[in-house]
Design a protein around this ligand. Sequence first.
Ligand code: ATP
Ligand code: MG
Length: 201
Amino acid sequence: MNDNNQTHREKMKQVKADHLARVKQNKKSDRGLLMIHTGDGKGKSTAAFGTALRAIGWGHDVAIVQYVKGTWKTGEKEFFKLIPDLLRLEVMGQGFTWETQDRQRDIAAATKAWEVSCDIMNSGDYDLLVLDELNIVLRDGYLDVDMVRQGLLARHPRTTVIVTGRNAPNSLIKVADLVTSMEKVKHPFDAGIKAARGIDF
Ligand code: ATP
Ligand code: MG
């Protein structure tokens, strides 16, 4: 028992030393990161909003552009409306595409949203910009992927950008600093349970 304890202690000491050496080597990034939350599991947007909340806590300048779900009432939108001095919110979407059924209108909304996104990320006034569901707009061909990739790369170095949505294009994944793919293990929807207020929207 004691031997085991001793071995464990020595092993943990080594793990800690390795970790500290690694941390010491790593440097603070001198520019904002490009981050992507993708995959078919729940949590992509929630994690982005959580990061926004963290950044606001540090007094950072934060903006969120929502590309889809414009007409839906959501808990996050209601909350963001309460803190207009702490967060800039741009809701550009016109609702789900199968609700609008108007491709030209969707393209126009996406184009406008991208223009606003560029203004925000080029201004140098923001530490964090969340482009919620931008991947969906790209998947559906409403914006040119190459144009978006170039725009993201040309942003002001101060600004970290989080892009969310399923089916992130490979060319964005290639140039991103962080890519997390949410994996669905279970989702209540598959068991016939409705999306719920305060949990899903
Ligand atoms: P959330 O906003 O909850 O973080 P998300 O951003 O990862 O979810 P989206 O693809 O944007 O996921 O879908 C938004 C809505 O669809 C949410 O109500 C979410 O609960 C639901 N959803 C997410 N993943 C799944 C899934 N695998 N099956 C069914 N519904 C899902
Ligand atoms: Mg989402």
